[in-house]
Design a protein around this ligand. Structure first.
Ligand SMILES: Nc1ncnc2c1ncn2[C@@H]1O[C@H](COP(=O)(O)OP(=O)(O)OP(=O)(O)O)[C@@H](O)[C@H]1O
Ligand SMILES: [Mg+2]
Length: 327
């Protein structure tokens, strides 16, 4: 039985189709990523799977429970960490956990024991009696993840788990998420608009754009699907370099800013020949780099657009601003 099975799931808001007939399957124990830009439909998808919003049409099961006819079954088996934080700032980490445990009717001794274990897992045991308002953004996220695990769900939903965090904190969180998955075998479905996050963390990724899944696979498979490698050569005479690269195995040559960029299959095999040919004609090379396509190249390939990081960071700033204002 797959952990999550989604068929033609659709959500409309007053005629606007936010999620447009998506289908995918997540196997137990996977880390699965929904990658897409702002407004793609990531949160709406997760909200339907977590039974917080009703689908307009289509069907899905989570741990075998139907998301429409068995909401309680779904809710008991999942943990959720949503995009906007929901901790009580005026309580300590322990108190936040304890409150959540009581909501789920987890009995006294078991509750105390699990809270201790989970706070240790996310390395917050030393700070458990400090008020959450004294916590950094990364500590809050870790606490939210620990809280989401208190009732021992087998599937954990993480909506933009590292949004607005600095690169170092983001790296640490990735390690916690990987540990959770490896040590506890928890299936994780996360949303993100960070290419790097999807690439580093996810076993499989679905790229979602304007409510539809445009590509799905392992990060490596997705990158391989657009074909070939990239070689970038910097030279004082890029025109001469470009003029040499006429072999049939070169599928594309582009010149920009004193650099020549070549697309080809099996780049490593061709590097020695390229370098020899350039030297034979006494053309200089300043640098040569072989690069694999990134998920950014994949997104561009399937949508014709780049994920607008600028817009994303602008929205992040707004969110942080609103969040700060709520305190
Ligand atoms: N309650 C709602 N009423 C009307 N429109 C909505 C509602 N919720 C979401 N939408 C719209 O549906 C689309 C998808 O929104 P959603 O929040 O799922 O995107 P997202 O991929 O999570 O984006 P982000 O990266 O900004 O979090 C957006 O155009 C959004 O404006
Ligand atoms: Mg969202």
């Amino acid at each position: 039985m797959p952990a999550i099975d989604v068929h033609d799931l659709t959500k409309s808001f007053d005629g606007f189709v936010a999620v447009d007939g998506i289908s995918f399957t997540i196997e137990s124990g996977e880390i699965f990523g929904l990658l897409g830009p702002n407004g793609a439909g990531k949160t709406t998808t997760i909200a339907m799977l977590a039974t917080m919003q009703r689908p307009t049409s289509g069907a899905a099961t989570v741990n075998g429970h139907d998301i429409v006819t068995d909401e309680d079954g779904v809710r008991r088996s999942i943990g959720i960490v949503f995009q906007d934080q929901s901790l009580d700032e005026e309580l300590t980490a322990y108190e936040n956990m304890d409150f959540h445990g009581r909501l789920y009717r987890i009995g006294g001794e078991v509750r105390r024991q699990r809270i201790g274990e989970l706070l240790a897992l996310v390395r917050l045991e030393d700070r458990k009696d400090d008020l959450v308002k004294t916590y950094s953004g990364g500590m809050r996220r870790r606490l939210e993840i620990a809280r989401g695990l208190l009732h021992e769900p087998t599937v954990l939903f993480l909506d933009e788990p590292t949004l607005g965090l600095d690169p170092q904190t983001r790296n640490h969180l990735w390690e916690y998420i990987e540990r959770l998955n490896a040590e506890k075998g928890i299936t994780i479905i996360l949303t993100t608009h960070y290419m790097e996050e999807a690439d580093r963390l996810c076993d499989r990724v679905a790229i979602i754009d304007r409510g539809s899944i445009v590509a799905e696979g392992t990060p490596a498979g997705l990158k391989a699907s657009i074909g070939g490698d990239v070689i970038t050569i910097a030279s004082p005479d890029p025109d001469a370099v470009a003029g040499l690269l006429t072999a049939p195995w070169v599928s594309g040559v582009e010149r920009r800013d004193g650099q020549v960029t070549i697309r080809l299959e099996n780049a490593e095999e061709h590097v020695p020949g390229i370098v020899t040919a350039i030297h034979q004609r006494s053309i200089g090379i300043t640098s040569l780099a072989v690069r694999k396509p990134t998920l950014e190249d994949v997104f561009l390939h399937y949508t014709g657009r780049t994920i607008r990081e600028e817009e994303a960071s602008g929205r992040e700033a707004m969110r942080m601003f609103h969040r700060a204002g709520r305190r």
